[in-house]
Design a protein. Structure first.
Length: 344
């Protein structure tokens, strides 16, 4: 049968379209937080939507809510082995594998977002994290920065360090070690279990996030004393992690699209996180929440306990010591610039 020029052209177009579809990449991304959370989750959804636009649909990053592909505590191993393609992740969750990992998420009395990103992008932080995570076949892109968290929700007022003795508190990361130094019983648990614990009295306090998220979760229904500043998490890093073999297999243009969207996400999440807190905070107060600021004595107690934790961690792990000394050296230099450049 003789084919017309139209038939031949249509056939060639169909083959071309089929090849394009075959080359499309779908990256299933297991997240550690629900996509409904402002900034923390929504930035991961934005990542997928914007990468898809920039690549003309050739790369899709699908956001999977917690537990859809794997439990949160299995995300790192899953991405490492390739069982999961990618993750919306914060490095501190890998503390059990890399003891220095929390220093790449947030640490007590740590830097604000501008200083933290300066260290990550231009101070060697990104390279340090790449080095520590390289043995696990994982590539990371900084992809969001979170505003300061509240210090926590408490059933009763805290007026002195002695009030923390025996207090049962849900708290994440290095801040948990600080609270334990001060006599509290730090616990790790999900948000649902945290609310139940506060209601039943098996918990006395909990830190969750910043006001916009805490209001959305309804924390005001479970405790009434809300403390600031969040000395344990002045800013927090969130990363897009991907199996290194998958990352290396992407086209250069596709990798560049992900890198640029993540960099833009960092700027946007800093701006959004700083701009959305006052209205939720006012709503919480209208619902009977008392907002407190820690006294200088309490902050000094937290700081002193943190010094003890640092001494123990640096003595027990060489990588923690190396990263800590690295970030502290950067902060010392930054402080010189900050004192000169900014109005107090």
């Amino acid at each position: 049968m003789k084919l017309s020029k139209f038939s031949i052209g249509a056939s060639a177009l169909a083959m071309s379209m089929s090849a394009a579809v075959a080359q499309a990449e779908t990256l299933d991304m297991q997240a550690y937080v629900p996509n409904s959370l402002p900034v923390l989750g929504s930035a991961g959804v934005d990542l997928g939507e914007r990468v898809k636009r920039l690549t003309g649909g050739e790369v899709e990053i699908i956001y999977h809510n917690p537990g859809e592909l794997a439990p949160t505590n299995e995300i790192w191993d899953g991405v490492s082995t390739g069982a999961i393609t990618a993750g919306w992740y914060t490095p501190g969750l890998a503390e059990g594998i890399i003891p220095a990992a929390p220093l790449f998420t947030a640490f007590p009395f740590g830097p604000g977002a501008v200083e933290y990103t300066a260290w990550w992008y231009n101070g060697g932080g990104e390279q340090l994290w790449a080095e520590l995570s390289a043995p696990y076949n994982i590539h990371s892109e900084l992809c969001a920065m979170l505003a300061p968290e509240a210090s926590g929700w408490f059933n009763n007022e805290i007026n002195s360090p002695a009030d923390l003795a025996g207090l049962k508190m849900r708290i994440f990361g290095l801040g948990a070690s600080v609270m334990e130094k001060l006599g509290a019983q730090a616990q790790s648990m999900g948000v649902g279990d945290t609310m139940t614990g506060l209601n039943l009295g098996t918990l006395d306090a909990a830190e969750i996030s910043f006001p916009a998220i805490d209001l959305m979760l309804g924390m005001q229904e479970h405790a009434k004393h809300y403390y600031f500043p969040g000395w344990h998490q002045q800013s927090s890093l969130v990363t897009f992690i991907v199996n290194k073999d998958v990352w290396d297999g992407l086209e250069d243009q596709h990798r560049a699209a992900i890198e640029e969207v993540c960099a833009a996400n960092v700027a946007q999440t800093i701006a959004e996180g700083e701009s959305i807190q006052l209205a939720p905070l006012a709503s919480l107060e209208e619902q009977g929440v008392t907002v407190h600021k820690w006294s200088d004595d309490m902050l000094a107690a937290f700081s002193g306990a943190w010094d003890e934790v640092v001494a123990e961690r640096t003595a027990s792990d060489a990588d923690f010591k190396r990263v800590w000394e690295h970030v502290q050296a950067f902060r010392a230099d930054y402080a010189t610039w900050g004192d000169l450049a900014y109005v107090d």
